[in-house]
Design a protein around this ligand. Sequence first.
Ligand SMILES: [Zn+2]
Length: 357
Amino acid sequence: MYFVYDDFFLKHENGPSHPENPDRLVYIMDALGKWQYSDSIDMVSPEEANEKQLAMVHTEEYINAVRKLSSGGGLSFLDMDTGVNKYTYKSAILGAGGCFKGLDLIFRPNPRFNKFFLAARPPGHHAFPSRGSGFCIFNTISLGAKYAQKKYGIEKIAIIDFDAHHGNGTQDVFYDDGSVFYISFHQYPHYPGSGNFNEMGDGSGKGYNLNFPFIPGTKEPDYIAAIIDIVVPVVERFAPELILVSAGYDSHFSDHMSSLGLNAVSYRKIMIAISSLAQYLCKGRIGIILEGGYEYLSTSESVLETLYGCMDISGLGDIKDRQGLEDYLTEDGCNLREKARNWQILKKIKDLFGVEG
Ligand SMILES: [Zn+2]
């Protein structure tokens, strides 16, 4: 696993007592430093993305506006809670460039690893082509998808987003684009308001946007059931050449930004399933981009479990053996379908996306 990080990401600030602050990364890096599997990590420094690269997703006016606002010094705001300080522009382009760096590494011939994790701030999945919102400045994961398509001739990419909030920016970027399949698990209704299951894409993107709008209180069984029964068959049918993950840890039960109930090991299980899909479909290639996660300790533990999940698929057989995957991810006697709280919603999604069973 390549791990992309730079101390510069600590310099972007949203103002005092803001939940999206440098301590998020301080805790992650501290936990990583003490991790027993740190030998299986290659630390990598990012390089800045240039304006031409940002323009793959964002308008020139917006890029210029952020740069100008940031160069002014002091603290300005793009919306009520999305701050821009002197270091924001550089931090955001280092984040985007860090995603490109991770992709360059995993697309090299004979790479040491086929996965990378990008621990950057600010996050990105609420950033639209012409405006930032929800703590996000540039849409790092969308930029990464465009970069992989352009530089490596990749045709199809799946983006899986397990942040507690709907990645409205990412959905918007690819809503009418059938080459990028956006899949999001999130609390609903909740900020930012979008993300119902009937938002399925438009034009040639119709059928390539899949939202799991989970009720407050949703825990691990719904995620595992949704992944096994819906995400695995749908992504298998789509056959992406790369999987990108918007990794937000505000879906952890201890995080005050949502009422979802995952625990640290849940992220390991989710990544085991995604990794086995990637192994089967796209030479194991996965890029993971940090989004939310505002409870420092649970976020740092969950990041380690995410990394561990990417390494822990040796005991798994064929991804087509869904029962095998289910047995691997659940305790004996756990009936996922009885425990799932969103079963009606999952059934509707199955119908909409033509998934049998
Ligand atoms: Zn979030």
